[in-house]
Design a protein around this ligand. Structure first.
Ligand code: AKG
Ligand code: MN
Length: 203
């Protein structure tokens, strides 16, 4: 058993199949109102390999001209993000260890080739409240290190129904997704991995 960096909590098998299915159903509703979009890297405009959308009062977006930010509307439709489903608020209440409510749920969809480079979550004005991340569908290899990019990292597998909490000393830990393991879950009809990242944005 490897020891995770301080402040990183991995809760394997946290959500049973019925809850996973209920969340997928809720996210289908979100995506039908707020379609997945292709995020672009700031300045270069290089497309990221994941597709994204959000629910909650605020959503995380990025494009070439304005870079990483939170905003209350979908970048393509201009409409407000759909509300955060109750089932996600319940999970947050069970694991985030705070009285604050999450304001943003970033929905990341990974096809078999998608990945996410090593980064910190630091676009929030609140850098103290934990970040709660839910994995659904195909498994992935998740990488995590300390709060310096140059520090040592380690990787472990995340399966459907797992939760990761980045809190305390781990709030600013570098992390990313090295790869997806295709065909490792039957949860999503057409395969792929769904990650939901719940965050508090304002202090
Ligand atoms: O997909 C994941 O497990 C991590 C996603 C992530 O780190 C992010 O959206 O900031
Ligand atoms: Mn992140």
């Amino acid at each position: 058993m490897q020891v995770l960096p301080k402040g990183i909590k991995h809760i394997p098998g946290s959500l049973d199949r019925a809850r996973q299915e209920a969340i997928v159903e809720a996210i289908r509703g979100v995506v039908s109102e707020a379609p997945l979009f292709v995020p672009e890297m700031p300045k270069t405009g290089k497309p990221m390999s994941v597709r994204m959308t959000n629910c909650g009062a605020l959503g995380w977006v990025t494009d070439r001209d304005k870079g990483y930010r939170y905003q209350p509307q979908h970048p393509a439709t201009g409409r407000p993000w759909p509300p955060m489903p109750d089932i996600l608020l319940e999970i947050w209440d069970a694991v985030a260890a705070t009285n604050k409510r999450p304001e943003a749920c970033l929905v990341n969809f990974y096809s078999a080739e998608a990945r996410m480079g090593l980064h910190q979550d630091r676009d929030e004005r609140d850098l103290e409240t934990s970040v709660v991340s839910i994995s659904l569908g195909d498994s992935c290899l998740f990488r995590v290190g300390g709060s310096q990019r140059s520090g040592q990292t380690m990787s472990f597998r995340l399966d459907s129904g797992d939760i990761v909490v980045l809190g305390g000393e781990g709030r600013l830990a570098y992390h990313g997704v090295d790869r997806i393991y295709p065909d490792t879950s039957t949860l999503l009809k057409n395969g792929g991995r769904l990650n939901l990242t719940l965050r508090r944005v304002n202090p």
